[in-house]
Design a protein around this ligand. Structure first.
Ligand SMILES: [Zn+2]
Length: 388
């Protein structure tokens, strides 16, 4: 019966209006100020017990901090949880105009829609509107709404997570619907700098050390792409050189390794370092270069930790129980991406990623089906109202 009551309580048109309203507040990364103001107002009206904006803006360069919002709830003694979304979007995001055709939302075609990740925020607002209207008992629910997710999880990395009282949560931030991501890889970012020696390519090529040729040689020796069932490697950027008639002196290469296994992550990272070092060391000089040698240096950033949630952990069990209670079949999957949830896991806050119905994200063709948004809200309502 609860399922029936809850379905009636979700107001599709109100949810649609909230979603459109949020999408039309432009909030590309670092320009989340208007969105923060809007969310503070909305959650205050919904009776939040605490609305806190952290001081991460000094680290992220955003107009705003992350929001940590708490609803204490009335089910004392019941374990609570947090829901997380990011409030920023990718570009182009200026002047988003939402077009609704039947149940499908798109932008007008010049910007992204912003369903990534405003679909999650809209569902949360509808959830608390229903909880308030129906005066439903629920445990403590915290909301962690971050900035700058799209430019390297910057908000989450600077989050004042000591403020979070609940022990686990759900990041509403993935394509598709009725899917829960319970595994995602860790990643290392690798910047390689190769220093050669400039020389005129026509007049005295012998006097040069070609950093581009060394980079190409090293890349050729590397294993790229899928390294094994749980690891990948890519080099995606190469920068350097001045002109076709100058032996290039410096090359900067940017790459990454991802793995679900942190031992392998570092093993592959070391392999990359060794390959560049060996390649550069094997460079053969000549009388014109004298005692000059090429150099290679590395900058390795531990970008985010792995997300790995076992089936018997409270975070997974709660969402299984919630979905079973409303007859929803969820798929539990392993993904290849990194998101805020990885960072929260690194803080000791197990976080599963829940699909919101967002579709064709990071493009001007982005879409969202209202039916999926309703379905997500049903799941959130079940999460909030079952006994943990
Ligand atoms: Zn996202």
């Amino acid at each position: 019966m609860r399922g029936l009551n809850m379905t009636t309580a979700i107001n599709r048109e109100r949810l649609a209006a909230t979603f459109s309203e949020l999408c039309e507040i432009s909030s590309p990364s670092r320009k989340e100020g208007a969105m923060v103001a809007c969310l503070k107002e909305k959650f205050a009206a919904l009776g939040a017990d605490s609305i806190y904006e952290d001081d991460s803006a000094v680290h992220t360069g955003s107009e705003s901090g992350n929001l940590i919002i708490r609803f204490n709830g009335t089910m004392a003694g019941q374990e609570g949880f947090f829901l997380s979304c990011h409030m920023d979007t990718v570009e182009p995001a200026n002047g988003v105009q939402v077009v609704r055709t039947g149940d499908i939302f798109t932008s007008k075609g010049e910007t992204v829609l912003g369903g990534d990740d405003k679909s999650g925020i809209a569902a949360i607002i509808e959830l608390f509107t229903i909880l308030q209207e129906t005066n439903s008992p629920h445990p403590m629910i915290e909301l962690v709404i971050t900035t700058c997710e799209e430019i390297g999880l910057l908000g989450a990395k600077s989050l004042d997570h000591s403020r979070i009282q609940t022990k686990y949560g759900y990041a509403l931030d993935s394509c598709g619907i009725d899917q829960v991501i319970v595994g995602a890889p860790a990643a290392n970012k690798i910047t390689v700098r190769i220093k050669g020696l400039a020389a005129h390519a026509g007049l005295c090529p012998e006097a040069g050390i070609n950093a581009l040729a060394l980079a190409a040689d090293a890349l050729n020796r590397l294993r790229l792409g899928r390294l094994d069932g749980e690891s990948t490697c890519n080099f995606g950027v190469i920068q350097g050189g001045v002109a076709a008639n100058i032996i290039p002196e410096q090359m900067i290469l940017k790459g990454e390794v991802r793995s679900h296994d942190s031992t392998k992550l570092w093993q592959y990272t070391r392999e990359i370092v060794k390959t560049f070092e060996t390649t550069v060391a094997s460079w053969q000089g000549n009388p014109a270069t004298g005692d000059k040698r090429p150099l290679v240096t590395f900058d390795i950033v531990d970008d985010y930790p792995a997300l790995a949630l076992a089936a018997d952990t409270p975070v997974v069990k709660r969402i299984q129980k919630a979905s079973a209670g409303i007859g929803k079949d969820l798929q539990f999957i392993i993904a290849g991406g990194g998101s805020d949830a990885n960072i929260f896991c690194g803080y000791g806050l197990p976080t599963a990623i829940v699909a919101t119905g967002m579709n064709k994200v990071h493009s001007i063709d982005e879409q969202l089906d209202l039916g999926d948004l309703v379905s997500l809200t049903e799941l959130l309502h079940a999460l909030a109202t079952i006994s943990g």
